[in-house]
Structures are given as structure tokens and as C-alpha cells.
Write a protein that binds this ligand. Structure first.
Ligand code: SF4
Length: 609
């Protein structure tokens, strides 16, 4: 095979055993890499119903056939497992040298099961894996862990690690790399912690097999050049995704005080231009010439890497209008290995619950010092922090007294940074996303506000599906960053060419979409197998608040989602995906996508149409 190494590393931490296994070429052609490999491995190899924090869960690091080849925005990997936050499929991507060196060490994926007896670090170098004692690392932040490991192994090394949140099994703990690259929102860091695995160090110097090396080199150079010509390039380098704060404010989509409003009176203090005043540099993933991480100096004079999501969630969503302090909370999230989106969400939930006097703790919107203490308590599972460490769905279930009404999640994953009172398409995107309420797969709101915004149209459903297949499918299985296409308009025609040069395959954009559909449908099957007879279309539901409490401010004042219209739109979505009225893929759909064997297995759990 060209492009792929054709080898997975299977690690059992209980037995201190690592075995390199070759895999079939058909797996590569049908599932490509990244999210595709992760979904297929979890479907085939994970026992349904296992506890996600037990040794039986499998933690997968998977890259794509373009990773490590020097193409634009190709330094990413996907980390996946059964999620301890949602009980369904969980994953996330992160841009890191670890992706590059995993491939150069000879592996397309590393699959980790079992649990180390004492804290361990896994060191993988050129097809050899060793298990190191990490007791001295336990209790360190992710930044400290990576710095010490890098000092020990010197250059040409990629590290992924967890902070204290992963160790303490916070259910929205992530995996961290390079001081700010964070991946695996639905608790992938907790899965790593449950295995007593503090970090993985990747080193590799093997040549990756490429079908047409000259073509690849030329395409790569042309691709980088093309990105530089995009009209928005200069402004992007200035602000990255941070200009979205102003955009969201203008469009009544900026999550404010636990998603009760879409505009924030101090938005200008936390927006892109305010960020420029404290910015010191850009940081980003390997092989990227449009680096989007805005490094700023925070209120404690330390560096913190900002983007829109973490500022919206740790700023307006908790009523905090001081960007230096927002940056401090964000740095703490990265050090502890907490997902900043879910963190902003549980904080917003906690403040609102406190204001309604349903918990004894006194919390107020925008009060930095108390909130900072609470962030520490969440990472260390102390007091109220312990309750919040299980996520808003679990916290609301325990607190009760109607608090479910302001628990902002879908399937247990907290909502990303876009208010949907007046955005039914974005609400559909959240409701049907592969991991819960995440924005990356189909950021349809950017298109939606320019069309007939509050409609539930057929066209909107088509747009959600188109984006999900492209960004949640193709980019996630190739493990390429979506932002060149999504934010600068880098043309999709580049991607089949990249793939051809690397692998020799001739897959058209249509063929790539077909593979994406297969993978996303398999992920859907995974969720349904886990939920079994409890599965209903009502699981694909946006938070109640958006239906029941109209916006009271801003240009969209008075807006709410319409429940009956939303259900009709959801049913339309199912129909177009070839799913039945419960949202379960039909036998014919699975067969059309070349996974009839999935139908046979799934039929044991729910009756298929
Ligand atoms: S645009 Fe940002 S997220 Fe994408 S590859 Fe570059 S630095 Fe990473």
C-alpha cells in the first residue's frame, strides 16, 4: 500500500504488551483513517455495554494516509473511545507532532486497552514500544508532563498527555498536546486516566510510502501558496476564529449566561480586537501556514492560547467580560486537561443553579476568583466540583428541581458556543452530530443567518447533511483540518488530488462523500447498539431552553425554536439519511453503504426496518 503504513499497534496495559499488526487493504480503502478507523475498530472490537472507564474500553489514536506527508493542515490525529460522558461514540481531533511521529514510527493507529497497575508512560519509537514508570508524573499538569518528557527525549518527539482532570476521571477531560492543542471533548482524557496512562511519547524517523512523490511535493507547495492568496488570509492570521465573537454578537448567537441570551453587553471586551491588544504570537498544528492559535498574556502574566469557542464559553457564557481573566481560565483548562467548551457550560449551569438557590454555594455571573476556585475543584473533584465533573446532564439529574431545563447538552455532551434560539439548522446540527452537541461537523449557522434564518426548510436539512459528510466525515477520516476550506474557502478539489498523490487511489469527491456516509452511519449504529431498546428520536433533542424561553434582548428578541416544526425537520433529516422514524438506519441503507453485516448485528438490539 502507498500512503498507509498498513500497521496498527495494539497495546495491552494490563499485560505490558504491545503487538504490531498488519491490517487488510480493504479496511484502508473503505474507512481511510482517523475517525473511520476508530469507528470501525470500536464497532468490531468493543463489547457493547462495557463501562467506558473500565479496562475493557479501547482508546484509539488514529491518523489518516496524508498525515506526516507535509501537505497543508495535515498534522492531526483523532482520539476516540466509548465516551464516559455520553455512553456513546466519542472522539475528537488534535493537531500535534504526535500525529506525525506516530506515523513515522510505523503506525496508522495505536489501540490501547487494559489498565496499567501503576501510572505509566508509553514510549513508541520506530516500531518498538516500551512501558515506563510514571508515578513521579502523576499529579502534574499536562504542560509540566510534556515539558519534562520533551526534556528527557530531546528533539523530534510528539507527546500527548493528560492533566489532573484525566487522572481524576472528570468526564469531560481531554487529551492535551503542545500546551493548548486539546482533543476528545467527550472524556477521552478520562478514558486515558482510567487506564493509568499519563502520556504517550512518539518518536519516528521511518520514510512513509508515497505513490507519486513528485506530484505530492508539487501539490503541497501549490496548496500552501493557494492558501496565502485567499482574501481573508491576513485578517485570519491576526485573529483566527476570534472575530467570531463580534459576528456571533451581531447575529444573536453569542452564548450568554448559560445560553439564556444571544448577546452580551461586554462582547467588545472579549472580542477579536480586544484579543489583539494582549496577543503576543500565533501558535498552531504542524504543517500549517494559517496557524490560528492566538497566544495572549493572561491576567496572571502567563501565556494562554485563545480561540472563539473557549472565549465564548469561558467569557460571555459565564458573564465574564475581562479577556485576561477568560484567558487564565482557559489556560487552567488546558493545564488540567479539561474541555473548555464543557467547562464553560458546567460553570454557567452551576451559576444559574446557585442563583436559583438550588445549591448552597454562592456563585455569581462574572465573579472570576470564585469561578477560578470552582475550576480547580472540578479538576480535583472537590465539593460542588465533584458533582459538576460528571457533566451537566448528570449534575442536573442529581440536583433535580427542574434544573434539567437549563442543562445545555445533547446526549450528555455540552453544547458548543452558538446559541440556537433563532437557528433551527444549527440546532439540527447539534442534535444529529456524531458525538453530541458539537459544532465542528456542521457549522451551518454561518450559512443559516444569511438565508431565511428561522425557517425549518428542506434546503437547510440538505446543508446540514452536506456539511456533516464533508467536515465530520471526509476531514475527520483524512484527519485534515477543516478550517482552510471552512474559513478561507480553500477549494475541495484539492483533497482528491492529495489523496491520489499519496495513495495512488482515484477517489472522486462523490466517492469520498459515500465513504463519509458509511462512517457516520456506522457511528450512528454504535450509539444505537449502546442505547438498545431505549433508543428513540427524542434522544436527538436540542436543549429545552431554546424551545421554552424566548430571547429577551438583541435583534432576534422574542425568538424560540418551534418544537413541532423541529420534529418535522428532524424526520425529514432521517428520511434523507435513509433512517427510519426512530432515527435508526434502515437495512437497505446499511446495505447500500456496503455494511450489511452491521444490520445483522444491530438487529440483535433493535428491530430494523
Ligand atoms: S488552522 Fe488552526 S486548527 Fe487548523 S491546522 Fe492550522 S493551527 Fe491547526
Amino acid at each position: 500500500m502507498f500512503g498507509w503504513t498498513g500497521v496498527f499497534l495494539k497495546v495491552n496495559l494490563s499485560k505490558n504488551k504491545a503487538v504490531a499488526e498488519t491490517y487488510d487493504a480493504n479496511l484502508a480503502l473503505n474507512f481511510i483513517g482517523g475517525r473511520g478507523f476508530a469507528a470501525k475498530i470500536l464497532w468490531d472490537q468493543l463489547e457493547p455495554g462495557i463501562d467506558p472507564l473500565s479496562p475493557e474500553n479501547k482508546l484509539i489514536f488514529a491518523a489518516g494516509p496524508l498525515t506526516g506527508l507535509g501537505l497543508p493542515n495535515s498534522g492531526k490525529l483523532v482520539v476516540a473511545a466509548k465516551s464516559p460522558l455520553t455512553g456513546g461514540y466519542g472522539d475528537g481531533n488534535l493537531g500535534t507532532h504526535a500525529a506525525v511521529f506516530m506515523r513515522k514510527a510505523g503506525f496508522d493507529a495505536v489501540i490501547i486497552e487494559g489498565k496499567a497497575k501503576t501510572p505509566a508512560v508509553l514510549h513508541i519509537k520506530n516500531e518498538v514500544a516500551e512501558f515506563l514508570d510514571a508515578r513521579d508524573f502523576w499529579g502534574l499538569t499536562s504542560f509540566e508532563t510534556e515539558a519534562q518528557l520533551k526534556a528527557a527525549y530531546e528533539k523530534d518527539v510528539g507527546v500527548v498527555s493528560i492533566g489532573q482532570a484525566g487522572e481524576n476521571l472528570v468526564r469531560f477531560a481531554t487529551v492535551i498536546s503542545q500546551e493548548g492543542r486539546s482533543g476528545g471533548r467527550p472524556g477521552m482524557g478520562a478514558v486515558m486516566g482510567s487506564k493509568n496512562l499519563k502520556a504517550i511519547v512518539f518518536q519516528g524517523s521511518e520514510e512513509l510510502p508515497v505513490a507519486f512523490p513528485e506530484e505530492l511535493k508539487e501539490l503541497s507547495a501549490d496548496g500552501y501558496r493557494e492558501i496565502l492568496t485567499k482574501p481573508n488570509y491576513a485578517f485570519w492570521k491576526q485573529q483566527g476564529t476570534m472575530s467570531t465573537v463580534e459576528w456571533s454578537q451581531e447575529n444573536s448567537a453569542l452564548p450568554t449566561r448559560n445560553f439564556s441570551e444571544g448577546v452580551f453587553e461586554e462582547a467588545d471586551k472579549i472580542g477579536g480586537f480586544a484579543m489583539e491588544e494582549i496577543k503576543v504570537s500565533n501558535r498552531g498544528c504542524p504543517f500549517c501556514n494559517m496557524t490560528c492559535g492566538n497566544v495572549v498574556v493572561d491576567s496572571e502574566k502567563k501565556e494562554s492560547e485563545l480561540d472563539y469557542e473557549n472565549v465564548a464559553m469561558l467569557g460571555s457564557n459565564i458573564g465574564l467580560g475581562n479577556l485576561g481573566q477568560v484567558a487564565t481560565l482557559n489556560r487552567l483548562a488546558d493545564e488540567f486537561g479539561l474541555d473548555a467548551i464543557s467547562l464553560g457550560n458546567v460553570l454557567g449551569f452551576a451559576i444559574e443553579t446557585s442563583q436559583k438557590k438550588l445549591v448552597p454555594e454562592k456563585l455569581h455571573w462574572g465573579k472570576f476568583h470564585v469561578i477560578k476556585t470552582l475550576v480547580n475543584d472540578i479538576a480535583c473533584r472537590r465539593g460542588l466540583g465533584d458533582l459538576l465533573a460528571d457533566g451537566v446532564q448528570a449534575a442536573a439529574a442529581k440536583i433535580g428541581q427542574g434544573s434539567e431545563e437549563w442543562a445545555m447538552h445533547v446526549k450528555g455532551l455540552e453544547v458548543s458556543g452558538y446559541d440556537c434560539h433563532a437557528a433551527p439548522g444549527m440546532a439540527l446540527s447539534y442534535a444529529t452530530n456524531s458525538i453530541g452537541a458539537h459544532h465542528k461537523d456542521a457549522w451551518v449557522i454561518g450559512w443559516e443567518v444569511k438565508s431565511e434564518r428561522e425557517t425549518y426548510s428542506d434546503e437547510k436539512v440538505d446543508k446540514v447533511i452536506e456539511l456533516q459528510l464533508m467536515r465530520g466525515g471526509i476531514f475527520e477520516y483524512l484527519t485534515l483540518c477543516r478550517l482552510p476550506q471552512a474559513s478561507l474557502g480553500f477549494e475541495v478539489e484539492w483533497y482528491p488530488k492529495f489523496l491520489h498523490a499519496a495513495t495512488g487511489t482515484d477517489l472522486t469527491w462523490t466517492a469520498l462523500n459515500y465513504i463519509a456516509d458509511r462512517i457516520l452511519t456506522l457511528i450512528r449504529a454504535f450509539w444505537i447498539r449502546e442505547y438498545g431498546k431505549n433508543w428513540t428520536y427524542e434522544i436527538d433533542a436540542p436543549p429545552m431552553r431554546w424551545f421554552r424561553e424566548p430571547l429577551t434582548k438583541g435583534p432576534m428578541k422574542g425568538s424560540t425554536l418551534d418544537s413541532a416544526k423541529f420534529v418535522t425537520m428532524l424526520q425529514n433529516y432521517y428520511k434523507k439519511r435513509g433512517w427510519d422514524e426512530r432515527g435508526i438506519p434502515k437495512k437497505a441503507t446499511l446495505s447500500k453503504l456496503g455494511v450489511s453485516n452491521v444490520a445483522k448485528e444491530l438487529n440483535k438490539y433493535v428491530k430494523l426496518s
